[in-house]
Design a protein around this ligand. Structure first.
Ligand SMILES: CCCCC/C=C\C/C=C\C/C=C\C/C=C\CCCC(=O)SCCNC(=O)CCNC(=O)[C@H](O)C(C)(C)COP(=O)(O)OP(=O)(O)OC[C@H]1O[C@@H](n2cnc3c(N)ncnc32)[C@H](O)[C@@H]1OP(=O)(O)O
Length: 193
Protein backbone atom coordinates (compact mmCIF):
# COMPACT_ATOMS: atom_id res chain seq x y z
CA UNK A 1 0.00 0.00 0.00
CA UNK A 2 1.28 3.45 -0.86
CA UNK A 3 2.07 5.73 2.06
CA UNK A 4 0.91 8.79 0.11
CA UNK A 5 -2.13 9.14 2.37
CA UNK A 6 -0.08 9.32 5.54
CA UNK A 7 0.81 12.68 7.08
CA UNK A 8 4.02 14.25 5.85
CA UNK A 9 4.20 16.76 8.68
CA UNK A 10 7.09 16.18 11.09
CA UNK A 11 6.24 14.22 14.22
CA UNK A 12 6.48 15.31 16.95
CA UNK A 13 5.71 18.75 15.50
CA UNK A 14 7.90 20.60 18.02
CA UNK A 15 11.28 19.94 19.57
CA UNK A 16 10.84 17.32 22.29
CA UNK A 17 12.81 15.43 24.91
CA UNK A 18 12.77 11.63 24.88
CA UNK A 19 10.06 10.28 27.20
CA UNK A 20 11.26 9.39 30.69
CA UNK A 21 9.62 6.17 31.76
CA UNK A 22 8.65 6.52 35.44
CA UNK A 23 10.58 4.39 37.92
CA UNK A 24 7.29 2.88 39.13
CA UNK A 25 5.91 2.22 35.66
CA UNK A 26 4.80 -1.35 34.98
CA UNK A 27 7.47 -3.32 33.14
CA UNK A 28 7.40 -5.52 30.05
CA UNK A 29 4.87 -8.33 30.26
CA UNK A 30 2.59 -6.62 32.78
CA UNK A 31 -1.09 -6.69 31.84
CA UNK A 32 -2.59 -3.30 32.61
CA UNK A 33 -5.71 -3.04 34.67
CA UNK A 34 -8.62 -0.92 33.53
CA UNK A 35 -7.92 2.65 34.65
CA UNK A 36 -11.54 3.20 35.64
CA UNK A 37 -14.37 0.68 35.76
CA UNK A 38 -16.80 3.03 33.97
CA UNK A 39 -14.34 3.90 31.16
CA UNK A 40 -15.89 3.25 27.73
CA UNK A 41 -12.52 2.10 26.39
CA UNK A 42 -11.22 -0.26 29.05
CA UNK A 43 -13.94 -0.49 31.68
CA UNK A 44 -16.70 -2.94 32.39
CA UNK A 45 -19.28 -1.09 30.27
CA UNK A 46 -22.07 -2.70 28.19
CA UNK A 47 -21.08 -2.46 24.52
CA UNK A 48 -17.88 -0.62 25.48
CA UNK A 49 -14.63 -1.38 23.70
CA UNK A 50 -13.43 -3.80 26.41
CA UNK A 51 -9.82 -3.09 25.57
CA UNK A 52 -6.96 -4.93 27.21
CA UNK A 53 -3.38 -3.70 27.24
CA UNK A 54 0.00 -5.21 28.01
CA UNK A 55 3.33 -3.47 28.37
CA UNK A 56 5.85 -4.58 25.77
CA UNK A 57 9.56 -4.02 25.30
CA UNK A 58 11.15 -0.67 24.40
CA UNK A 59 8.33 1.52 25.64
CA UNK A 60 5.65 -0.02 23.44
CA UNK A 61 2.22 -0.81 24.91
CA UNK A 62 0.06 -3.35 23.11
CA UNK A 63 -3.73 -3.04 23.26
CA UNK A 64 -6.45 -5.12 21.71
CA UNK A 65 -9.89 -3.96 20.60
CA UNK A 66 -12.27 -6.83 19.76
CA UNK A 67 -14.70 -5.32 17.24
CA UNK A 68 -18.28 -6.54 17.72
CA UNK A 69 -21.63 -5.84 16.06
CA UNK A 70 -22.20 -3.17 18.75
CA UNK A 71 -19.36 -1.14 17.20
CA UNK A 72 -20.67 -0.88 13.62
CA UNK A 73 -20.89 2.23 11.48
CA UNK A 74 -21.50 0.79 8.02
CA UNK A 75 -23.01 -2.70 7.93
CA UNK A 76 -20.39 -5.16 9.09
CA UNK A 77 -17.69 -2.54 9.58
CA UNK A 78 -16.33 -0.75 12.64
CA UNK A 79 -17.43 2.84 13.16
CA UNK A 80 -14.56 5.26 12.54
CA UNK A 81 -15.35 7.25 15.67
CA UNK A 82 -15.08 4.14 17.81
CA UNK A 83 -11.80 3.23 16.14
CA UNK A 84 -10.56 6.72 17.06
CA UNK A 85 -11.82 6.05 20.59
CA UNK A 86 -9.77 2.85 20.71
CA UNK A 87 -6.65 4.82 19.81
CA UNK A 88 -7.46 7.51 22.37
CA UNK A 89 -7.62 4.76 24.97
CA UNK A 90 -4.47 2.99 23.76
CA UNK A 91 -2.43 6.19 23.54
CA UNK A 92 -3.79 7.57 26.83
CA UNK A 93 -3.05 4.32 28.58
CA UNK A 94 0.50 4.32 27.21
CA UNK A 95 1.13 7.89 28.36
CA UNK A 96 -0.56 7.38 31.73
CA UNK A 97 1.05 4.10 32.65
CA UNK A 98 4.58 4.63 31.34
CA UNK A 99 5.03 8.27 32.34
CA UNK A 100 2.63 8.23 35.30
CA UNK A 101 1.69 11.81 34.54
CA UNK A 102 -2.07 12.56 34.48
CA UNK A 103 -2.85 13.85 31.02
CA UNK A 104 -5.82 14.45 28.75
CA UNK A 105 -6.07 14.28 24.98
CA UNK A 106 -5.55 17.71 23.40
CA UNK A 107 -5.46 16.49 19.81
CA UNK A 108 -6.00 13.16 18.13
CA UNK A 109 -5.55 12.47 14.44
CA UNK A 110 -6.35 9.20 12.74
CA UNK A 111 -5.62 7.78 9.30
CA UNK A 112 -8.08 5.07 8.32
CA UNK A 113 -6.19 2.96 5.81
CA UNK A 114 -8.27 -0.23 5.60
CA UNK A 115 -11.78 -1.20 6.69
CA UNK A 116 -12.02 -2.99 10.03
CA UNK A 117 -14.71 -5.70 9.86
CA UNK A 118 -16.90 -6.82 12.75
CA UNK A 119 -15.38 -9.96 14.23
CA UNK A 120 -11.81 -8.81 13.82
CA UNK A 121 -9.56 -7.73 16.65
CA UNK A 122 -7.48 -4.62 16.22
CA UNK A 123 -3.98 -5.07 17.64
CA UNK A 124 -2.69 -1.62 18.57
CA UNK A 125 0.98 -0.89 19.27
CA UNK A 126 1.47 2.51 20.93
CA UNK A 127 4.48 4.48 22.13
CA UNK A 128 5.37 7.89 23.50
CA UNK A 129 7.42 9.79 20.95
CA UNK A 130 8.49 12.85 22.90
CA UNK A 131 7.74 15.31 25.65
CA UNK A 132 7.85 19.11 25.60
CA UNK A 133 6.96 20.45 29.04
CA UNK A 134 3.31 19.52 29.64
CA UNK A 135 2.90 18.34 26.04
CA UNK A 136 3.28 14.61 25.46
CA UNK A 137 3.27 13.23 21.91
CA UNK A 138 2.31 9.62 21.25
CA UNK A 139 1.51 7.51 18.21
CA UNK A 140 0.16 4.08 17.38
CA UNK A 141 -0.51 1.58 14.60
CA UNK A 142 -3.55 -0.71 14.58
CA UNK A 143 -3.03 -4.10 12.92
CA UNK A 144 -5.79 -6.41 11.72
CA UNK A 145 -6.17 -9.64 13.67
CA UNK A 146 -2.57 -10.07 14.77
CA UNK A 147 0.35 -8.01 15.97
CA UNK A 148 1.91 -8.19 12.51
CA UNK A 149 -1.31 -8.00 10.50
CA UNK A 150 -1.95 -5.28 7.93
CA UNK A 151 -2.07 -1.78 9.36
CA UNK A 152 -5.68 -0.57 9.19
CA UNK A 153 -5.50 2.60 11.29
CA UNK A 154 -2.71 4.92 12.39
CA UNK A 155 -3.01 7.64 15.00
CA UNK A 156 -1.05 10.49 16.50
CA UNK A 157 -2.02 12.25 19.66
CA UNK A 158 -1.05 15.20 21.78
CA UNK A 159 -1.70 14.69 25.47
CA UNK A 160 -1.49 17.61 27.86
CA UNK A 161 -0.46 17.01 31.43
CA UNK A 162 -2.97 18.27 33.95
CA UNK A 163 -3.21 18.40 37.71
CA UNK A 164 -5.42 15.80 39.32
CA UNK A 165 -7.82 18.65 40.14
CA UNK A 166 -8.73 18.66 36.40
CA UNK A 167 -10.88 15.61 37.10
CA UNK A 168 -12.42 16.78 40.37
CA UNK A 169 -13.04 20.36 39.18
CA UNK A 170 -14.40 19.58 35.73
CA UNK A 171 -15.83 16.12 36.22
CA UNK A 172 -16.97 14.27 39.29
CA UNK A 173 -15.86 15.75 42.63
CA UNK A 174 -15.32 12.16 43.75
CA UNK A 175 -13.17 11.41 40.66
CA UNK A 176 -10.02 10.55 42.60
CA UNK A 177 -11.90 8.25 44.93
CA UNK A 178 -13.43 6.53 41.89
CA UNK A 179 -10.06 6.19 40.13
CA UNK A 180 -8.52 4.79 43.29
CA UNK A 181 -11.18 2.08 43.46
CA UNK A 182 -9.17 0.42 40.70
CA UNK A 183 -6.60 -1.28 42.95
CA UNK A 184 -3.43 -0.24 41.13
CA UNK A 185 -4.44 3.42 41.02
CA UNK A 186 -3.23 5.87 43.62
CA UNK A 187 -3.58 9.62 43.84
CA UNK A 188 0.17 9.94 44.47
CA UNK A 189 1.12 10.55 40.86
CA UNK A 190 3.71 13.12 39.83
CA UNK A 191 1.54 16.06 38.96
CA UNK A 192 4.18 18.65 38.10
CA UNK A 193 5.85 18.72 34.69
C1 LIG B 1 -7.89 10.21 31.70
C2 LIG B 1 -7.64 9.47 32.97
C3 LIG B 1 -6.47 9.99 33.80
C4 LIG B 1 -6.76 9.85 35.28
C5 LIG B 1 -5.53 9.68 36.13
C6 LIG B 1 -5.61 8.50 36.98
C7 LIG B 1 -5.31 7.25 36.57
C8 LIG B 1 -5.01 7.00 35.12
C9 LIG B 1 -4.09 5.86 34.90
C10 LIG B 1 -3.71 5.54 33.70
C11 LIG B 1 -4.28 6.23 32.53
C12 LIG B 1 -4.78 5.16 31.69
C13 LIG B 1 -5.57 5.32 30.67
C14 LIG B 1 -6.08 6.60 30.15
C15 LIG B 1 -6.85 6.19 28.96
C16 LIG B 1 -7.54 6.96 28.17
C17 LIG B 1 -7.45 8.39 28.29
C18 LIG B 1 -8.50 9.08 27.46
C19 LIG B 1 -8.12 10.51 27.54
C20 LIG B 1 -9.22 11.38 27.13
O1 LIG B 1 -10.02 11.05 26.31
S1 LIG B 1 -9.31 12.91 27.86
C21 LIG B 1 -10.85 13.54 27.23
C22 LIG B 1 -10.73 14.42 26.03
N1 LIG B 1 -9.92 15.58 26.29
C23 LIG B 1 -10.36 16.61 27.00
O2 LIG B 1 -11.43 16.63 27.54
C24 LIG B 1 -9.42 17.78 27.11
C25 LIG B 1 -10.19 19.09 27.09
N2 LIG B 1 -9.25 20.20 26.99
C26 LIG B 1 -8.69 20.75 28.10
O3 LIG B 1 -9.06 20.44 29.22
C27 LIG B 1 -7.65 21.78 27.84
O4 LIG B 1 -7.76 22.37 26.60
C28 LIG B 1 -6.21 21.20 28.01
C29 LIG B 1 -6.03 20.64 29.43
C30 LIG B 1 -5.94 20.09 26.96
C31 LIG B 1 -5.19 22.31 27.78
O5 LIG B 1 -5.62 23.45 28.50
P1 LIG B 1 -4.67 24.24 29.51
O6 LIG B 1 -5.34 25.56 29.79
O7 LIG B 1 -4.31 23.40 30.65
O8 LIG B 1 -3.33 24.48 28.72
P2 LIG B 1 -3.05 25.24 27.31
O9 LIG B 1 -4.30 25.59 26.61
O10 LIG B 1 -2.08 26.34 27.62
O11 LIG B 1 -2.31 24.09 26.48
C32 LIG B 1 -1.05 23.60 26.92
C33 LIG B 1 -0.17 23.43 25.69
O12 LIG B 1 -0.80 22.45 24.83
C34 LIG B 1 -1.07 23.02 23.54
N3 LIG B 1 -2.35 22.49 23.06
C35 LIG B 1 -3.45 22.26 23.78
N4 LIG B 1 -4.40 21.77 22.99
C36 LIG B 1 -3.88 21.68 21.75
C37 LIG B 1 -4.38 21.24 20.49
N5 LIG B 1 -5.62 20.80 20.36
N6 LIG B 1 -3.56 21.30 19.43
C38 LIG B 1 -2.28 21.74 19.55
N7 LIG B 1 -1.76 22.16 20.74
C39 LIG B 1 -2.55 22.13 21.80
C40 LIG B 1 -1.15 24.52 23.79
O13 LIG B 1 -0.91 25.23 22.60
C41 LIG B 1 -0.08 24.71 24.85
O14 LIG B 1 1.18 24.70 24.20
P3 LIG B 1 2.34 25.71 24.65
O15 LIG B 1 2.61 25.42 26.11
O16 LIG B 1 3.50 25.41 23.77
O17 LIG B 1 1.78 27.08 24.46
Amino acid sequence: MSDKRLPVTPWPPVRTEPPLVHADAPGPGVKLEMHYVECFGCGDVDNGLHMHSTVGEAGVVYSQFPVTAAHQGAPGLAHGGLLACAFDEALGSTVGNLLRRPAVTGKLETDFLRPVPVGTTLFIAAKVDGVAGRKIYASADGHLDSADGAVAVRARGLFVQVGLDHFTRNGDPDALKKFSQTPSRRADWDINP
